[in-house]
Design a protein. Structure first.
Length: 162
């Protein structure tokens, strides 16, 4: 009976140690694999990224709008026929984590071709002092609600101070 209790104790301790060592890695790998399934990457600085989501058409494009003291200023333009009350672009570090930076977008009117609302925002991407060139991801949200589940990953490579 004592040997059986000792054996159960050893097995239980081994299971707890194994779960502590391998559990976090397994959970992180599982979350990463689920989040990127079916998502297409698009460099929004070098391309106009287009997608359709729940019957709504979206176009997004980013241009450099000049150099400032704090770094390069960018102008993000998003066109959609969704007509949300608010639109927010959230910058998240893709090549390294530097936090999340919400960028409110303003309604700029109807697109020139009349196919939807045009939203714009100007921002300077934060940069890392050790690596001024960094890849950022732009996630879109309608106001403070949960982010849109985009079928594309909007990314761009930012430049730091000149």
């Amino acid at each position: 009976m004592v040997v059986l209790k000792a054996l159960v104790a050893v097995i239980a301790i081994s299971a707890v140690v194994a779960l502590g060592v391998f559990g976090p890695r397994w959970l992180m790998l599982d979350a990463d694999s689920r989040s990127d399934q079916g998502i297409v990457g698009c460099d929004v600085l070098n391309n106009t990224c287009r997608w359709t989501q729940q019957g709504n058409h979206w176009d997004a494009h980013l241009v450099k709008d000049g150099a400032q003291e704090d770094g390069t200023e960018y102008r993000l333009s998003v066109k959609t026929n969704m007509n949300p009350p608010r639109l927010l672009a959230v910058l998240r570090g893709e090549s390294m984590y530097l936090g999340e930076y919400p960028v409110p977008m303003t309604r700029a009117g109807v697109a020139q071709d009349g196919s939807g609302q045009l939203w714009e925002a100007r921002f300077t991407a934060p940069f890392c002092t050790t690596d001024p060139e960094m890849t950022w991801r732009i996630d879109l949200q309608t106001g403070m609600e949960a982010e849109l589940d985009l079928p594309v990953k909007l990314t761009f490579k930012a430049e730091g101070r000149a």
